[in-house]
Ligand binder design. Structure first.
Ligand code: SF4
Length: 320
């Protein structure tokens, strides 16, 4: 009997869509094009996208990652990450006459514009999101302090003390759990019937689609692996969606070497997906790791097709 025949059978259910979204794709392209146009080093404020593999490979090409603008010299270009930045950041860069390129995802910029529009109409904003996440800091930083109140849970809604309960609008982080957010929106609408907001929320197509694919896979599997980083909001939400949809063993792994093989010993149906900032090469690596141990059959579970592409900023189009 060959080694191949002794491997136990296992079916991998691959979620589709999974992995890179249009905003992440664009942000990475922006750093690569900036390196091509201006040469190294190019500074990047915050991890361009939340994935160590991506960040390390850009670092090797000459990108320097910093947390704040004051760590960048005046005479080198700086890129702002896909999560968006508070208004004060580009304002300071302008003051310092720096070359800067904003890689904020257009779907995050859309929320910034929504916030500005509501503020111009005299409304106070409620933002549904996770405290401390760079997207939340960036979006809240579009308006003066006190104009955006953050809520993270349904429980927070009861504690809100807005300036005028009749003059409120809400916005959301783009990478939240669709189901949890629906509950918070419902609580806001119950407490403040006049609150204005988007038709449902501001969760982006990529987050919504990846969560829907996990829900479709969950009934078929005994274990779910989400390839993504600990600081990636949309990846963490996929783990939660997996658990909430009935797959108790749902784990976040950065790459194949983090798979806990003992924990999934005996399991024959495994789901695999990836957060919006995880490249396909890491998914291939995970599939290969399974193939080394099991006789693997791969089944794609497709719940949506994505053809969205965002243009890079004008300043880099010629280089592209
Ligand atoms: S997850 Fe959504 S909002 Fe974030 S970069 Fe991707 S498309 Fe844009």
């Amino acid at each position: 009997m060959t080694m191949e025949q002794t491997k136990p059978p296992l079916t991998l259910y691959l979620a589709a869509p999974r992995g890179f979204c249009a905003g992440v794709d664009r942000a990475i392209k922006i750093v690569e094009l900036a390196l091509q146009k201006w040469g190294a080093p190019v500074y990047v404020r915050h991890e361009i996208v939340h994935n160590k593999y991506v960040v390390d490979s850009l670092r090797e090409q000459g990108a320097v990652f910093v947390e704040e603008l004051d760590e960048c010299p005046d005479d080198r270009p700086v890129i702002f990450s896909a999560h968006g930045v508070p208004k004060s950041v580009p304002a300071t860069a302008k003051q310092r006459e720096m070359v800067f390129v904003d890689a904020t995802c257009p779907l995050v910029s859309k929320v910034h514009m929504e916030a500005a529009r509501h503020h111009a109409e005299g409304l106070q904003l409620v933002m549904i999101g996770h405290a401390g996440h760079p997207e939340v800091l960036g979006t809240m930083g579009q308006l003066p302090e006190g104009e955006v109140i953050l809520v993270e849970t349904v429980g927070d809604v009861a504690d809100l003390t807005p300036r005028d309960p009749g003059r409120l609008a809400f916005i959301t982080q783009t990478t939240l759990s669709v189901d949890d957010t629906a509950q918070i929106v419902a609580a806001l609408q119950a407490r403040f019937p006049g609150i204005i907001g988007p038709a449902r929320e501001d969760i982006c197509y990529a987050t919504t689609n990846r969560q829907a694919a996990v829900k479709a896979i969950a009934p078929k599997i005994d274990a779910l692996l989400v390839i993504g980083a600990q600081n990636s909001s949309n990846s963490k939400r996929l783990v939660e969606v997996g658990r909430a949809s009935g797959c108790a063993y749902s784990q976040l792994v950065l790459r194949a070497d983090q798979i806990d093989w003992r924990a999934i010993d005996g399991v024959r149906h495994v789901g695999v997906t990836a957060g919006a900032s995880a490249p396909e090469v890491l998914i291939d690596e995970v599939i290969d790791a399974f193939r080394a141990r099991y006789d693997v059959a791969v089944e794609i579970v497709e719940t949506a097709q994505e053809n969205i592409e965002f243009k890079v900023p004008r300043v880099l189009r010629e280089t592209a």
